[in-house]
Design a binder for this molecule. Structure first.
Ligand SMILES: Nc1nc2c(ncn2[C@@H]2O[C@H](COP(=O)(O)OP(=O)(O)O)[C@@H](O)[C@H]2O)c(=O)[nH]1
Ligand SMILES: [Mg+2]
Length: 245
């Protein structure tokens, strides 16, 4: 199976090499591709990514001119992976919060029939280490609101650790996703559920980054909240029914 892993980077110089090593160690049986989407990181992550790519033809790098958002980075990386023939595409953070050791379990979930395998902190066996209570509360609230307001049946709607079967992207055009930042993941999960794809949540142990700084900020949180409200309104409109039916 040709499996591509898409990684968005913004100032992840210390994390990128151990992450890529972890991915290569954990996906040995695959025809692997790695796509790094770097937004002109001031710390030189893009230069490092180029040198890693030079040493390993399975790695490719997309350079964007500036910080254009995690969501659009995933979109651009996924489209590159599909053009390169990927049969399944994973997304993950670059800061080692998403343990590469879980990749085989995500792959097994897709091999046993899931269209989408989500690395999940909010199912039994899932854990978070190293986050402040405030950060935990923010994430738990976003996920609870998504479930209550949009009818999502998924427990971890905000995580970026996912493996998606190629066929999902035939029905779900990533260009139609309006969110550009962290909210992109919430919108993608919502659309996938509307389209009836089989989603499996695989428990992961999320470990807060040791190197570098988080890029989440108030504006990302606000935009995630607005995305949840928008999905909730769209759901009401659809469920209020089409009179012709
Ligand atoms: N290319 C790109 N990557 C981003 C952007 N914003 C965040 N990232 C990456 O997305 C991942 C998650 O970001 P992080 O700051 O760890 O968020 P947190 O885990 O929610 O605190 C990391 O790999 C970041 O480098 C962006 O605008 N562009
Ligand atoms: Mg992080």
């Amino acid at each position: 199976v040709r499996l591509a892993v898409v990684i968005g980077t913004y100032n992840e110089r210390e994390n990128l090499t151990p992450l890529i090593d972890g991915i290569r160690r954990n996906l040995t049986g695959e025809d692997l591709r790695i796509v790094v989407v770097d937004d002109n990181s001031p710390d030189g992550t893009g230069v490092l990514a180029d040198s890693l790519a030079k040493a390993d033809p399975r790695i490719s790098v997309i350079h964007r001119p500036g910080k254009l958002g995690l969501g659009t980075a995933m979109r651009d990386g996924i489209q590159r992976a599909l053009r390169d023939g990927a049969e399944a595409v994973a997304t993950m953070d670059a800061d080692l919060s998403h343990p590469p050791e879980a990749l085989p379990r995500l792959r097994n979930a897709v091999q046993s029939g899931a269209d989408i395998a989500l690395g999940s902190r909010y199912v039994p066996g899932g854990r978070i280490s190293g986050w402040s209570w405030m950060r935990k509360l923010t994430s738990a609230t976003a996920n609870t609101l998504t479930r209550v307001l949009t009818g999502s049946r998924v427990h971890d709607n905000t995580g970026n650790y996912r493996l998606v079967r190629r066929s999902v992207f035939d029905a779900l055009d990533v260009n139609a996703i309006r969110s550009e930042g962290y909210a992109w993941q919430i919108e993608f999960a919502g659309l996938a559920q509307q389209l009836g794809f089989r989603i499996t949540e695989v428990p992961i142990h999320f470990i807060n980054r040791r190197a570098g700084a988080s890029k989440i900020n108030r504006s990302e949180i606000l935009r995630a909240a607005l995305t949840i409200l928008r999905l909730s309104v769209q759901r009401k409109k659809t469920s209020s029914g089409n009179p012709q039916r």
